[in-house]
Design a protein around this ligand. Structure first.
Ligand code: COA
Length: 388
C-alpha cells in the first residue's frame, strides 16, 4: 500500500450563503486547496465529492460531474459519494483508498451542501432521508427526536445531566468563537443553553447543530508526490469505516454507536495508536449527546463517563484531548456533505501549526470521526505529521 498525505486544504466560510450556489461554494473550496499546495489543477487525476441531499435541497443531482465542471477539472473521473452526514468522511476514505491502492498519484476529496435554500421543515424532511423512512420518519421522528431518545436513555442509564450536555455546546461555541470560518462564532453559557427553546426534550436549540451552507476540499497524494510538493504533509495513518442498523430500535443498546466503535478500532489499529495517544479529535457532534457518545465509543473515556468528563473540562482546548477545536458541527456549522472533509481540513491546520488562536499545542496524532444518520454509518481517520 502507498502512504497517503494531505498536501492541500481549502474551506469556505460555513453559514447562510444567499449569494453563492453549491457550485460556487465547491469551486471556492477547491481553488483554495489547489492554491494552498501550489499545484496546477491538471495534476489532479480524480475527484471524490461528498454530498448528501443536493437533489432534495436544490434539485441538483449528478454532483460528481458538477464538481469537475465547477473546478475546471473535466475530463477526469469524478464520483459523487453519498453516505448521509458521513458523505464527506466517506469521500475522503474513497480518495484515500484510491491513492493508497496505487490507482492515482494525486486526487481531491471534496464535500459540499447547500441547505438554506429551503425552509427548516423541508431541510428536516430531506435529512430524515438518512433515517428509517418506514419505521422512524413515517411515525414523525426527525433527527433531533432520534438523538433525544439516545440522550434520554443515556441520562437514565448513566445519570448524565442536561447541564453536562450543555457543557458540550459551551466548549464548542468557545472554540468556534476562535474560528473565522465558523457559522456561529460566539460564546454561550450553560444558562443560555438551558434556557434556549426546546426542540425535542431534553435537546434544546443550543444542543443542536444548525442548517448550513458550505464546502471543503483536501488534496491527497502518494508519498513520492507529497514529498516533492508539500513542506508539511499531513499523513493519513489509518482509515476505518463501519455500518449499523438504520433504525435505532434494532440496536441492543442505543447509547453505543457500534459503527463508531468498530470504525474507530479499525482506524486506530491500522495507525498503531491507542485512544490515549490522540491529542486532538474532530468528532461528530450533530447534537450535544452525539459528542458524549463519540468520546465514549472511541475509547477516550469509559461508557457512561462522558458527561462527567465533559463537565470536568477534560476535552477543552489544550486539555487532555482537545475535542472539536473548529467549534464542531455545533458552532462551526454542519453542511452535511462537507462536514467530514472540513474535519480533515481542521486537523491539517493544527498538524501544520496554522490554526491561529485555536491552535492545539504539541499535537502529534489527531483523529476525525464522521457519523451518518443516527449512527448507521461511521468513518474514522487517524492523522500525523510524521507518518507511520
Ligand atoms: N445553534 C445556535 N443558533 C441557532 C441554531 C443552532 N443550531 N439554529 C438556529 N439558530 C439561531 C438562528 O441563527 C436564529 O437566530 P436569530 O433569530 O438571531 O437570527 C435563531 O436561532 C432561529 O433560527 P431558525 O433558523 O429559525 O431555527 P429553526 O427553528 O428553523 O431551526 C433547528 C433550528 C435546531 C430545528 C435546526 O437548526 C435543526 O433542525 N438542526 C438539526 C439539523 C440536523 O438534524 N442535522 C443532521 C444531524 S444528524
Amino acid at each position: 500500500m502507498e502512504k497517503v498525505a494531505i498536501i492541500g486544504i481549502g474551506q469556505t466560510k460555513f453559514g447562510e450563503h444567499w449569494k453563492y450556489s453549491l457550485r460556487d461554494l465547491m469551486a471556492e473550496a477547491g481553488k483554495k486547496a489547489v492554491d494552498d499546495c501550489g499545484i496546477a489543477g491538471k495534476e489532479i487525476q480524480a475527484i471524490y465529492g461528498g454530498t448528501m441531499s443536493a437533489g432534495r435541497m436544490i434539485g441538483q443531482e449528478h454532483i460528481g460531474a458538477l464538481i469537475a465542471d465547477a473546478m475546471g477539472l473535466t475530463p477526469i473521473p469524478s464520483t459523487r459519494v453519498e453516505n448521509a452526514c458521513a458523505s464527506g468522511g466517506t469521500a475522503l476514505r474513497e480518495a484515500y483508498l484510491a491513492v493508497s491502492g496505487g490507482h492515482y498519484d494525486m486526487v481531491v476529496a471534496g464535500g459540499v451542501e447547500k441547505m438554506t435554500d429551503v425552509y427548516t421543515d423541508q431541510a428536516s424532511l430531506a435529512l430524515g432521508g438518512a433515517a428509517d423512512q418506514e419505521w422512524e420518519v413515517f411515525f414523525g421522528a426527525t433527527f433531533p427526536s432520534l438523538y433525544a431518545l439516545i440522550a434520554k436513555r443515556h441520562m437514565y442509564e448513566y445519570g448524565t445531566t442536561e447541564e453536562q450536555l450543555a457543557r458540550v455546546a459551551v466548549k464548542n461555541h468557545h472554540n468556534g468563537a476562535l474560528n473565522p470560518l465558523a457559522q456561529f462564532p460566539f460564546e454561550v453559557s450553560i444558562e443560555q443553553v438551558m434556557e434556549s427553546p426546546k426542540v425535542a426534550e431534553p435537546l434544546k436549540l443550543l444542543d443542536c447543530s444548525p442548517i448550513t451552507d458550505g464546502a471543503a476540499a483536501v488534496i491527497l497524494a502518494n508519498e513520492e508526490t507529497a514529498k516533492k510538493i508539500a513542506d508539511t504533509p499531513v499523513w493519513i495513518n489509518g482509515s476505518g469505516q463501519a455500518s449499523d442498523t438504520l433504525a435505532l430500535h434494532d440496536r441492543t443498546n442505543i447509547c453505543t454507536l457500534n459503527a463508531s466503535v468498530v470504525a474507530g478500532k479499525k482506524a486506530m489499529k491500522q495507525a498503531g495508536v491507542t485512544p490515549k495517544q490522540i491529542d486532538l479529535a474532530e468528532v461528530h457532534d450533530c447534537f450535544t449527546i452525539a459528542e458524549i457518545c463519540a468520546i465514549e465509543d472511541l475509547g477516550f473515556v469509559k461508557k457512561g463517563e462522558g458527561g462527567k468528563s465533559m463537565e470536568d473540562g477534560m476535552f477543552d482546548l489544550n486539555s487532555s484531548i482537545s475535542i472539536n477545536p473548529s467549534g464542531g458541527l455545533k458552532a462551526c456549522g454542519h453542511p452535511v456533505g462537507a462536514t467530514g472533509v472540513k474535519q480533515a481540513v481542521e486537523i491539517a491546520e493544527h498538524l501544520r501549526g496554522e490554526a491561529g488562536k485555536r491552535q492545539v499545542e504539541n499535537v502529534e496524532i489527531a483523529l476525525t470521526h464522521n457519523v451518518g444518520g443516527s449512527g448507521a454509518s461511521c468513518v474514522v481517520h487517524v492523522f500525523s505529521r510524521g507518518g507511520n
